[in-house]
Design a protein around this ligand. Structure first.
Ligand code: PGA
Length: 248
């Protein structure tokens, strides 16, 4: 991997106000010259965003949210948070299209509206795509990636804030990762699909059971610019290990 390397910490529905104490070591690491290519971005639950923004204030570490509503400003949507509100909190990023949200009913159409709303509010978007085990077994992976990319990015004109996270659903939280060949093949397909839409070279991240033990298999995959880390990011020591093993 060359240039910037992205390390995304997706905390999902975990973490409390005391969880921030463990982050000092990571802040120290982010200041070392050796790790200046590391772009570290935390996605805590909504409840902790403000604390994280404050904690990372004088650092290069960014903060994002794990989802947002389709309406970009305000509205009568009980329990929802808009892109405008995230921006107001100090977020620079949002994850959209995560499979855990797709599984609870979020459609490509919903995700597309969310992406457009986040673009309008100048948030950077980690757009998650990936096939289920059933789709993989039925050899539908490329078909699914094409559908998710074309539907999710419909009417997008400005791609500069879009990152793609390729996350095979069967890999998330299972400890199983794709083979090098499989991953490179799917990433190359994703790049071809994107090339039909934009001349910009988007950053492609891999997500799904990334941990410090399997990193030696993942760090040499060509065509990816970083990792979206779920459970292993909730332990700061593990997350630091992932960064150290990627950049050594
Ligand atoms: P995992 O989660 O690293 O725990 O597999 C990744 C994700 O859901 O983004």
């Amino acid at each position: 991997m060359t240039n910037n390397i992205y390390f995304i910490a997706n905390w999902k529905m975990y973490g409390s106000t005391t969880s921030l104490n463990s982050l000092n070591k990571l802040i120290n690491l982010s200041r070392l010259k050796k790790y200046k290519r590391a772009r570290i971005i935390y996605f805590p639950p909504f409840t902790l965003i403000k604390d994280f923004v404050t904690k990372f204030k004088k650092t290069k570490i960014s903060v994002g949210a794990q989802n947002c509503h389709q309406i970009e400003n305000y509205g009568s949507f009980t329990g929802s948070i808009s892109a405008k509100m995230l921006k107001d909190l100090g977020c620079n990023y949002v994850i959209l299209g995560h499979s855990e949200n797709r599984m609870s009913g979020e459609t490509d159409f919903d995700i597309n509206k969310k992406i457009l709303s986040a673009i309008n509010k100048n948030l950077k978007i980690i757009f998650c795509i990936g096939e289920t085990i059933k789709e993989k077994k039925n050899k539908l992976t490329h078909y699914v990636l094409k559908k998710q990319i074309n539907n999710g990015l419909k009417n997008v004109k400005n791609f500069k804030n879009i990152f793609i996270a390729y996350e095979p659903v069967w890999s998330i939280g299972t400890g199983i990762i794709p083979t090098k060949k499989e991953l490179e093949n799917n990433v190359s397909k994703i790049k071809k699909l994107l090339a039909k839409k934009t001349k910009l070279k988007l950053q492609i991240l891999y997500g799904g059971s990334v941990n410090s033990k399997n990193l030696s298999n993942l760090r040499n995959i060509s065509g990816i610019n970083g990792f979206l880390v779920g459970s292993a990011s909730q332990n700061t020591k593990n997350f630091i290990d992932i960064i150290k093993k990627t950049i050594n």
